[in-house]
Write a protein that binds this ligand. Structure first.
Ligand SMILES: [Fe+2]
Length: 271
C-alpha cells in the first residue's frame, strides 16, 4: 500500500484500509474501488490523503503497533478536535502571528473557548495507548500508523506512541506519561493557523511563510491555555517546547538543556 494525496487519486484505485467519518461511521471499506463520485465524496468530507493498494507493495507487512480499534478511535477523536478548531478559527489561517496571538489573548476568543474541553475526549484513549505500548522494549515499528487521512493527525498519533514508549523506558511516573501522551497528541495544534499550501509547499518558503511556521509552538500553547486548567500545565508545554533542542538551536525560545536518553549496553546495536 502507499499513501496517496487526494489530487493524485484516480478512479479504479483500491482503498487500503477502512475510512471513517468524524462521528466514527464507516465511510468506505478496505478494498473498495474508487469512483469519480467517491472521490468527490472524500473531498467533501475533508480527506486529503488515503492509503491505496498498490501492485508490488501489498506483500510488505506493516506491523500494528497499537490495535486497529485504538488507532481508529485515536484518529477519529484527534481529527474531530483538529477539525473543530479549524472551523472555529478558520479566519486566522495565514494571518500574521502577532495578530493571532493578540486575538487568542483577547476577551472575545477567551469567551468562545471558556467551556471547550480540549482534553476530555482524548483522556480515556491515552490511558489505553499507555496500556498497549507498555513493555515495548524499543521504538521498532513506531511511525507505522500510515492509514490516517490527515497528516497532522497521523503525526500526532505516531509521536504520542513514541513518547509513550520513551516515557516507560525512562521510568517517568504514570501521571507524567499521561501528560506527555496527551501533550503529544496536540503538540502541533498551532499548525491549524498555517494553510496546507504553506505547510506542504515544495521549495523555499518566503520570510512571511517561515515566520508563520516558526510561530506554531507559541500559537498552539496560547490556544491550549484558553481551555485547560493548571492541571495540564505540563501537557500544554509539550506544544510550546517541542521544537526546542538541547544545544539551544531550537525555537521559539532557544532553550538549552542537559537531558540525555542513555542506552543500556544490551540495547546497543552490534558493530
Ligand atoms: Fe511542530
Amino acid at each position: 500500500m502507499r499513501l496517496c494525496r487526494i489530487d493524485d487519486l484516480q478512479s479504479g484505485m483500491m482503498l487500503a484500509g477502512n475510512l471513517y467519518l468524524d462521528d466514527g461511521r464507516l465511510l468506505a471499506s478496505n478494498g473498495a474501488a474508487l469512483t469519480a463520485d467517491g472521490l468527490n465524496t472524500l473531498r467533501g468530507h475533508g480527506f486529503t490523503r488515503v492509503a491505496i493498494h498498490e501492485h508490488g507493495t501489498d506483500d510488505i507487512e506493516i506491523p500494528l503497533v497499537i490495535s486497529e480499534g485504538l488507532q481508529r478511535d485515536l484518529g477519529m477523536r484527534t481529527r474531530q478536535l483538529f477539525n473543530f478548531l479549524r472551523r472555529k478559527l478558520a479566519g486566522y489561517v495565514d494571518k500574521p502571528p502577532t495578530v493571532i496571538l493578540a486575538s487568542l489573548r483577547g476577551p472575545k476568543v477567551a469567551q468562545e473557548f471558556a467551556k471547550v474541553d480540549l482534553y476530555g475526549p482524548l483522556e480515556g484513549l491515552t490511558d489505553s495507548l499507555l496500556v498497549e505500548v507498555a513493555g515495548r522494549p524499543n521504538l521498532d515499528g513506531l511511525g507505522a500508523v500510515r492509514r490516517n487521512d490527515d497528516l497532522h493527525v497521523e503525526h500526532a498519533i505516531n509521536v504520542s506512541m513514541a513518547s509513550s514508549v520513551l516515557g516507560y523506558q525512562t521510568r517517568l511516573s504514570g501521571q507524567r506519561r499521561i501528560e506527555l501522551a496527551l501533550g503529544e497528541l496536540r503538540h502541533d495544534v498551532g499548525m491549524i493557523f498555517v494553510s496546507n499550501d504553506t505547510a506542504e509547499k515544495p521549495g523555499r518558503l518566503t520570510v512571511a511563510e517561515m515566520s508563520r511556521i516558526l510561530a506554531h509552538p507559541r500559537l498552539g500553547y496560547a490556544l491550549l491555555q484558553l481551555t485547560t486548567s493548571s492541571v495540564w500545565y505540563v501537557s500544554n508545554h509539550v506544544a510550546l517546547q517541542h521544537h526546542e533542542r538541547q544545544d539551544g538551536q531550537g525555537y521559539p525560545r532557544g532553550l538549552f538543556g542537559t537531558n540525555r536518553v542513555e542506552r543500556i549496553e544490551t540495547e546497543l546495536f552490534d558493530p
